[in-house]
Design a protein around this ligand. Structure first.
Ligand code: PGA
Length: 248
């Protein structure tokens, strides 16, 4: 079975009630390829607003979730609370959280397990720094980030892996299609060896890092690139062109 093309929009800490409503209205009216699965991730404060206004058929993701069910964890949100609010996905392990908030591979893995056990999908981010790439450590870094999750999670059917080289995020410096394809193929091989043949076949591996309406078509032409995680461009009307990268 071919893997369904998947495009996520990561708004990060951007937007307000007015701009998020306007992005949602634009998406509701857009001619989006029905074969693309689309998920948008606004800041947590706007998750409910987004879900309320967004048309069905497009899902909403949190940008993070905690690994405990409830209790005295000031500032955190649980998987059950997301489910209760019809938020069916979460991002986890974004490099901005790994680097700025110092989240470890093990913590990301625990949160991924909590999300999967609780029945929501996970866009699991991984990626190397420029220094690591130049030291030829890209595959080692990315697969060790994923291996931490494989220790905790056996069922990868609700995980989408987002390969996001840190040097490409928000920099305008996109990985070439060949560079991305090389890592995506390595991730797929690792999935086969470490999770199983079904995960190798079926897991979507999407690319993130300065994806735009200009570069998405070439990237989407690669055989192991199953979609995108889009930051800056997801706030713009051109996000629809990225959703449609495979269709026109
Ligand atoms: P960018 O961000 O598209 O703005 O580079 C991607 C991401 O961080 O998910």
């Amino acid at each position: 079975m071919p893997r369904q093309f998947f495009v996520g929009g990561n708004f990060k800490m951007n937007g307000n009630i007015e701009t998020i409503k306007s992005i949602v209205a634009h998406l509701n009216d857009a001619k989006a390829d029905p074969n693309t699965e689309v998920v948008i991730a606004p800041p947590s404060l706007y998750l409910l607003l987004t879900r309320e206004h967004l048309r069905s058929g497009i899902e909403v993701a949190a940008q993070n979730v905690f690994d405990r069910p409830n209790g005295a964890f000031t500032g955190e949100i649980s998987v059950a609370q997301l489910k209760d609010s019809n938020i069916t996905w979460t991002l986890l392990g974004h490099s901005e959280r790994r680097v700025v908030l110092q989240e470890s591979d093990a913590f990301v893995a625990k949160k991924t397990a909590a999300a999967i056990d609780g029945g929501i999908g996970v866009i699991l981010c991984c990626g190397e720094t420029l220094e690591q790439r130049e030291a030829d450590k890209t595959i080692e870094i990315v697969t060790s980030q994923l291996a931490a999750v494989a220790k905790e999670v056996k069922d990868w059917s609700k995980i989408v892996v987002a390969y996001e080289p840190i040097w490409a995020i928000g920099t305008g410096k996109v990985a070439t299609a060949a560079q991305a394809q090389e890592v995506h193929a390595a991730i797929r091989k690792w999935l086969g060896e470490s999770v199983g043949s079904e995960a190798q076949e079926a897991t979507r591996v999407i690319y993130g890092g300065s994806v735009s309406e200009k570069n998405c078509k070439e990237l989407a032409g690669e055989k192991d690139i199953d979609g995108f995680l889009v930051g800056g461009a997801s706030l713009k009307p051109a996000f629809v062109d990225i959703i449609n990268a495979r269709s026109s």
